[in-house]
Each structure stands twice: as structure tokens, then as C-alpha cells.
Design a protein around this ligand. Structure first.
Ligand SMILES: C[S@@+](CC[C@H](N)C(=O)[O-])C[C@H]1O[C@@H](n2cnc3c(N)ncnc32)[C@H](O)[C@@H]1O
Length: 202
């Protein structure tokens, strides 16, 4: 078993990171549209940005005034910086990193279950990253109700992957102090639960 950071650093080298963009694209667009559609202008942080594809995409929106990507894998961040010299990327552990300025939207796709205690990460983000009235929005495909995903930890050989139900994820958000917490699934089909999206307001 390897740490999440080691596994994704290898993915950045062997090109598997590009598959994540293809697979996560529709869910991420659903999340960004939900979070940004009522705003006239917004700043944005991608927590666990991988190769930075979401930052490159969101900054095509003229309403996005600033976007920052943070990831613990140096290979991912080096690749993000190679592909995009306009925006800022930081190689940091999400549990300790703090932005210089809080943002309107904190987005994260397929990242929060790589933490031993996701509740601590969500609290840290709520306390230190989000403006008053701003939003945290998270998407995950690995969760209790999505049975197809349960084999992934073994298949990928990743040391930490925490399996929780939709209600447990919503409780992490509520217990962190977020309000108006809601959730939905995007892209469900016969043998696929869809991306579980959970969001709340600071
Ligand atoms: C499944 S990938 C998703 C990447 C990106 N969000 C996407 O959709 O393409 C998970 C990412 O979380 C990052 N990650 C895992 N644990 C982390 C930690 N403790 N601090 C920062 N990043 C972390 C990994 O390096 C990896 O890039």
C-alpha cells in the first residue's frame, strides 16, 4: 500500500492524471455551475487540484476573478505550473495550508476521502479558507452507497481511503459549522451511484 500522494505523483508521470479530467469533467461542471451561477464575481480555490485542469477551466469564466490550485503532490503541481503560467499553484498539505485571502468558492473533486479524519479537514477549510457567505462544494465517487467503488482501494493500492455514507458526509459538513448543507448525485446509472456532491455555506 502506498500513500495517496505517492500514488498520484506516479499518475502525474504516467499520464493517468489526464483520465481523471475526462472522468470527472461532467460532475465538476455540475458543481461549478451550482456554486457560481448566482454570483456576479467570485474567487475560487481547488483543494487537491491534481494537474490543475479545473483551474484552467474555471478561469475561462469572466466572472472568476482569481483561482488557486493546491495539491500535496509535487509532480502534479509541477505539471500544473508547466501547463498554466497565469494562475497560482501550491504544493502543500491541505490540512495545514492557509490561503492569504479567503475565497468565495472552495471546490474539491475526489480528494476528501484520502484523509484519516475528513471532518478535521472540512473544519480547517471552513475556519480558514472561506469568506463569510462563501461556499464549500465537494464531489466524490468513492462512498458507501456507490458499491462499484468499493474495490478501488485494493485495486489502486492506496493506504488511506475512507468509506462513508451520504449522511455521514453531510454530518461532517454540519459538524464543521457549515449551514444550508445539501447533497445530490450527478451522473447516476444502472451500476453506478454517480458523483456524490455535498455543499454548504460559511
Ligand atoms: C483523485 S486525485 C483528484 C485530482 C483532481 N481533483 C481531479 O479531479 O483531477 C486526488 C488528489 O488529491 C491529492 N491529495 C491527496 N491527499 C492530499 C493531501 N493530504 N494534501 C494535498 N493534496 C492531497 C493527490 O495528490 C491527488 O492529486
Amino acid at each position: 500500500m502506498n500513500t495517496p500522494i505517492d500514488v498520484f505523483s506516479e499518475w502525474a508521470q504516467n499520464g493517468k492524471d489526464e483520465g481523471m479530467e475526462r472522468h470527472h469533467y461532467q460532475s465538476v461542471m455540475n458543481m461549478i455551475n451550482f456554486a457560481s451561477s448566482k454570483l456576479s464575481k467570485y474567487s475560487f480555490i481547488d483543494a487537491g487540484c491534481g494537474n490543475g485542469w479545473v483551474i484552467r477551466k474555471v478561469t475561462e469564466d469572466p466572472k472568476c476573478s482569481k483561482a488557486i490550485g493546491v495539491d500535496g503532490s509535487k509532480n502534479m503541481i509541477d505539471k500544473a505550473k508547466r501547463l498554466d503560467v497565469k494562475n497560482k499553484y501550491y504544493c502543500e498539505d491541505l490540512l495545514t495550508w492557509m490561503p492569504n485571502e479567503k475565497a468565495d468558492i472552495i471546490h474539491s473533486m475526489e480528494v476528501f476521502y484520502y484523509f484519516e479524519n475528513p471532518g478535521n479537514l472540512i473544519k480547517h477549510i471552513n475556519n480558514n479558507w472561506i469568506k463569510i457567505g462563501g461556499r464549500l462544494i465537494m464531489g466524490i465517487d468513492f462512498y458507501m452507497e456507490n458499491k462499484t467503488s468499493h474495490s478501488w482501494q485494493k485495486e489502486c493500492g492506496i493506504s488511506i481511503m475512507k468509506l462513508y455514507s451520504e449522511i455521514e458526509w453531510k454530518n461532517f459538513f454540519k459538524n464543521a459549522g457549515l449551514s444550508k448543507v445539501e447533497s445530490w448525485r450527478h451522473g447516476e446509472s444502472k451500476d453506478w451511484g454517480g458523483t456524490l456532491i455535498v455543499t454548504g455555506v460559511h
